[in-house]
Design a protein around this ligand. Structure first.
Ligand code: ATP
Ligand code: MG
Length: 472
């Protein structure tokens, strides 16, 4: 949704590699005061990473990463409020004037043997060496926090101009050191809509198995950033093209080549990617965008072909299980898992104006109120991906009906009933699963006819229901 613009007008000669006189980095007063603390102790401080890259691209800076020649213990001693985030790898977070800054000591890394952290890191005093251990040329700019000068020792500027992502040094070797960089290449491409330079892309393909031992948490973090970015299709197409998708989301690849017929022009896999891309217009939540990617994942396992048509009966139920397994594999939180699962499970609703109010209430009960906005976002994305445009008339109508029902205060969950478990026990219904069953029965009644939701009516209905159960 962000429009990228590229603010360079001057063409710089490729031979000028050091300290290019590019637009100066805007260092605000906070950062200058932060840097002064380092300088007073005889140390230097640089902004590195995405902040410099994004500034040069003219897009908003999300967070600042700093690098310094001060050793981590020294950084800790310079400030009052520090969190030793990854102190053994040189990273500490510093609370400074209301911001949280991540500061990492210049370092050179060993291979990432445990696939999460480098086997060892050496703290060094050379900025040049520190920038070389970074993943891509466009991620290896540094800004001197005293002068604001942008330093480019790895040809990042040339690659920014060419709008490409290129590994620093030998890409295969860099992907051997840390397999996560393979996924990061696609995620950064998705963020800024860049191409991945041919040799780097080739190495992604050749070294894709290096992602296998990478921890689920690191993969999930990059994958969610990818779908949460402005151009998920760019990143997802690179993952597919490089074979990485088969490694991190093999279930999605099952949809490759599966035709759908009917109104669909795309295969199951193509539609998944298109839906995720379209979701950018309807939601910023990475989980909902991920659900958009997974919503039809059950189709590959339910497809049947008969008389020239394809059917995918029950794909939302099979899909829910598959989505759950994926979220568990990615070690996503319980909340994230439940959200993705529910969206996949409920994506097949077909509202028509002829639905009765009870039908609308049942729909709300099934999906639950907090999930509705996300489910609508998924539906709009699904529709946009299929038709290239959206006709939201029916959804707008459904939304208005839901709002009216909510405004009426109609009971939509067991909690909204005029009587609860205690009252049922007072009627002699024994504590245990029977209470739950009676409450469910009462809710069904009230969903059909909200006027029944009074203490007197529900007491009568419960007594009748209980006596029936006792005698049957
Ligand atoms: P974003 O703006 O999305 O945060 P970023 O490039 O700042 O993007 P971070 O994950 O914050 O990404 O990493 C900060 C910097 O640290 C990167 O720009 C890069 O220089 C370096 N870096 C991060 N992860 C790796 C890695 N696995 N290997 C090498 N360098 C890395
Ligand atoms: Mg960053």
């Amino acid at each position: 949704m962000t429009t990228l613009h590229f603010p360079f007008s001057v063409d710089l000669a490729p031979s000028r590699r050091y300290c290019l006189a590019m637009a100066r980095f805007p260092l605000d007063k906070k950062i200058k005061r932060f840097a002064a603390r380092f300088n007073e102790a005889g140390h230097s401080l640089y902004v590195v990473g995405g902040a410099v890259r994004d500034h040069l691209l003219g897009i908003p800076i999300e967070d600042y990463d700093f690098t310094t020649d001060a050793r981590p213990e020294e950084v800790v001693s310079l400030f009052r409020r520090v969190i030793p985030t990854g102190i053994e790898h040189g990273t500490v977070s510093v609370h400074w004037e209301g911001e949280l800054y991540e500061v990492t000591t210049f370092r050179s890394d060993g291979a990432y043997l445990d696939s999460r952290h480098p086997s060892h890191v050496d703290f060094i005093t050379s900025l040049e060496e520190d920038l070389k251990r970074r993943d891509f040329t466009i991620n290896a700019f540094a800004v001197d926090c005293t002068s604001g000068q942008i330093i480019d020792l790895n040809g990042g500027y040339e690659d920014l101009k060419a709008r490409q992502i290129r590994a620093i040094g030998n890409p295969e070797q860099r992907f051997d050191e840390d397999g996560l960089r393979i996924l990061r290449a696609a995620r950064i491409a998705a963020k800024i809509d860049f191409v991945i330079e041919a040799r780097t892309l080739e190495a992604m393909r050749a070294k894709r198995d290096n992602l296998l031992p990478v921890s689920a948490e690191r993969i999930r973090e990059e994958l969610f950033k990818l779908v949460g970015s402005d151009h998920p299709r760019t990143g997802l197409e690179y993952l597919r093209e490089s074979g990485v998708l088969s490694i991190i989301l093999p279930e999605l690849m099952e949809g490759d080549g599966i035709e759908q017929g009917g109104m669909h022009r795309e295969t199951v896999l193509e539609h998944a990617i298109s839906c995720c891309e379209a979701s950018v217009h309807f939601t910023d939540k990475p989980e909902v965008r991920f659900a958009a990617l997974l919503h039809d994942i059950g189709k590959s396992r339910t497809v049947q072909q008969g008389e020239g048509r394809f059917t995918f009966i029950g794909h939302e139920t099979v899909g829910r299980e598959m989505a759950r397994a994926i979220m568990l594999r990615l070690k996503a939180s319980g909340e994230q898992t439940a959200l993705v699962e529910d969206l996949v499970a409920h994506h097949m609703f077909f509202y028509e104006s002829s639905w009765t109010d009870s039908a609308v209430r049942r729909f709300i009960k099934r999906v639950t109120l907090p999930r509705l906005a996300d489910l609508f976002a998924l539906r709009l994305a699904d529709h946009a991906a299929i038709h290239g445009s959206i006709d939201g008339t029916l959804l707008v109508e459904l939304k208005a009906r839901i709002e009216a029902i909510v405004a009426e205060g109609d009971a939509l969950t067991v909690k909204d009933l005029a009587i609860g478990g205690n009252e049922l026990m007072a009627l002699g219904i024994p504590k245990g699963p029977l209470i739950g069953a009676v409450l469910e029965y009462l809710l069904e009644t009230v969903l059909d006819d909200p006027s029944q939701n009074t203490s007197a009516r529900l007491t009568t209905i419960s007594e009748r229901y209980f006596s029936l159960i006792k005698t049957s």
